[in-house]
Design a protein around this ligand. Structure first.
Ligand code: A3P
Length: 370
């Protein structure tokens, strides 16, 4: 292995090699892809009386129809996929973070898949350099490398996370206010957050919904819930504000990223990410092009065109088609689908809700993050 690929990080101690030479068998250090699919269900665990009780409680919460396959429930002031509510309750009851854990947090359709890939590739680079011919991201969708905690716990698989080596990377769509104190008030557990112009988020969600439900024709159907706060992961302003305020209060624990800025400067943002998770790139790594290799491996074009992310792959019941996570990957696509009136209305709602916070979606390039 070239010396240039060794890093200063305490986590990155595994020898590795460039793709052109013989690949060593990677040893077990985190993060690793899940040794199980998060759609698999532990039948014993779902019989768990506690999980059954959570399901019963979820079924009594206020509900909203959605344009996805399921309905939403309002849990602790946030609108959540019904089947994830028991998972959230289980996380609140018993998730035990470990030193070095990293949580990728986001509202849906804001670049979660991309951030999962970048975080995984950055943190696993000691074992899997981004040019490694057997890199997990070449054969697994990013969602199979970094699990959604709500999904795992709802399927009774939460305890399987205990088996993962540290440092672990996991994800959530939960609002900051809903995270258990074991995460929220834990400086050893880092959160990387990504958000996006809510207009693009909504348009992305609409396309996603139409993949699952071809009868969903009108964006208008999803527009009102977005504006009144009852859409998926809503109120979206509270989602964003929770992490924004937390990042201002504790910048070393919450990194606040924006999709638009990631597109504008992926290399700078990946360096920031690596530094935040305490795995900064060494000058030798930078010299060797490791950062640009990670950006390239996780790029929209690269991931979208992999066999594993093609439309036909993994179409098991309950799974979202893998290709549905890769649509256009650009900013301002909202202009192709929303009327100027709709755009102005959603902008006005966000402006009003974010007023005084220092955060704005109307002036993306002028904003300063904490
Ligand atoms: P569009 O629908 O606007 O194209 P999420 O991962 O949170 O579900 O977000 C999905 C959005 O992120 C989609 O946006 C998708 O195309 C975009 N996306 C997925 N992978 C990406 C990547 N590697 N780079 C940039 N954007 C990506």
């Amino acid at each position: 292995m070239p010396d240039s690929l060794t890093t200063t990080s305490q986590h990155i101690s595994q020898p590795s090699t460039m793709a052109s030479t013989k690949e060593p068998e990677p040893s077990v250090t985190g993060p690793v892809p899940l040794p199980f699919k998060d759609a698999d269900v532990d039948d014993d665990a779902v019989q768990d009386p506690q999980l059954k009780e959570y399901k019963r409680r979820a079924s009594e919460l206020p509900s909203n129809p959605t344009r996805l396959r399921t309905r939403l429930r309002c849990y602790q002031g946030t609108w959540v996929l019904e089947q994830w509510v028991p998972g959230i309750m289980a996380i609140q009851r018993g998730f035990a973070p470990r030193q070095g854990d990293v949580i990728v947090a986001s509202p849906p359709k804001c670049g979660t898949t991309w951030l999962k890939a970048l975080t995984f590739a950055t943190m696993a680079r000691g074992v899997y350099p981004p040019t490694h011919a057997a890199h997990p991201l070449l054969r697994l969708n990013p969602h199979d490398c970094v699990p959604f905690m709500e999904n795992l716990f709802a399927a009774g698989l939460g305890s399987k996370m205990d088996a993962l080596p540290s440092p672990r990377v996991m994800a959530t769509h939960m609002h900051h206010s809903v995270l258990p104190a074991s995460i929220r008030a834990n400086p050893e557990c880092k959160i990387v957050y990504i958000c996006r112009d809510p207009k693009d988020m909504l348009v992305s969600m609409w396309h996603f919904a139409r993949r699952l439900r071809p009868d969903v024709r009108l964006l208008d159907d999803m527009f009102e819930p977005a504006c009144d706060g009852s859409g998926l992961s809503g109120p979206i302003w509270n989602h964003v504000l929770g992490y924004w305020n937390a990042s201002k209060a504790s910048p070393e624990t919450v990194l606040f990223l924006r999709y638009e800025e990631m597109l504008r400067d992926p290399v700078g943002n990946v360096k920031k990410l690596a530094h935040f998770v305490r795995q900064p790139f060494s000058p030798a790594e930078e010299e060797a092009g490791v950062v640009t290799d990670i950006v390239g491996l996780c790029s929209f074009e690269k991931l979208k065109n992999l066999e594993v992310n093609m439309p036909s792959s993994d179409v098991r019941e309950g799974n979202f088609p893998k290709d549905s996570y890769f649509r256009r990957g650009v900013t301002r696509d909202w202009a192709n689908h929303m009327t100027p009136e709709m755009a102005a209305r959603l902008d006005a709602v966000m402006e009003e809700k974010l007023r005084g916070s220092g955060l704005s979606f109307s002036s993306l390039l002028r904003d300063r993050r904490p």
